[in-house]
Write a protein that binds this ligand. Structure first.
Ligand code: NI
Length: 203
């Protein structure tokens, strides 16, 4: 290789490396931004006030559950897999808590208020823990709750006019004061949820 071609090749290679690295760095940033990692944040900005309606048609707000720990899950009753699975996991967790279950309020908040009416949620509730509060409201009321919990929810149109909801599926554990404690992944076993809930109960 001549000195001349080296003189061209070296700056070009450096530029290529810089571009590749910048691209990788940008992607890493995007991936990091997409994943909530509240454990590394001092003051966690998850949770907040909401006013919704439960499956009995009664108005419910976040302050109604103060004094209890709260397990909050956002989903929709038409969900084919993820939401029913998580609701079943929460039901198992509540059962496993035994007498301690009295100190924990499980809450399901719909991200699909259009289809999840009070009646629909009353029907959906039958498959799960009887003490579950299933909440719906106007799209605006639901948005207040999803924004507060930083929930991702996106309508996905399907053929034939039907739609699905693409959504994040974390289970949030909130303290007796309504403040965020921790969250669980959608495929986390009930036993792990119970263990952590019991630990926070002592605090
Ligand atoms: Ni779902």
């Amino acid at each position: 290789m001549s000195k001349r071609s080296l003189a061209v090749l070296i700056p070009v290679s450096i530029a290529a490396i810089v571009i590749i690295f910048a691209g990788w760095f940008k992607q890493a940033q995007v991936q990091q931004a997409a994943q909530p990692n509240p454990s590394t944040i001092g003051e966690v900005l998850i949770g907040g006030p909401f006013t919704l309606t439960n499956q009995q048609g009664k108005p419910v707000s976040d302050t109604d559950f103060q004094g209890k720990l709260m397990l909050v899950y956002f989903g929709f009753s038409h969900c084919p897999m993820i939401c029913p699975t998580d609701m079943a996991t929460l039901t198992r967790a509540m059962d496993q808590l035994g007498a301690d279950a009295a100190q924990v309020q499980p809450v399901f908040i719909t991200i699909d208020p259009e289809r999840d009416t009070v009646e629909k949620l009353a029907e959906f509730a039958k498959a799960f823990y009887p003490g579950f509060q299933l909440l719906t409201g106007t799209p605006e009321q639901v948005k207040v709750a999803t924004d507060a919990y930083r929930v991702y929810a996106q309508k996905v149109e399907m053929d034939g006019g039907d739609y699905m909801m693409d959504h994040s599926a974390y289970i949030y554990l909130m303290g007796r004061d309504g403040k965020y404690l921790t969250h669980f992944q959608h495929d986390q076993p009930a036993e792990e949820i119970v263990a952590e809930v019991k630990e926070f109960m002592q605090k």
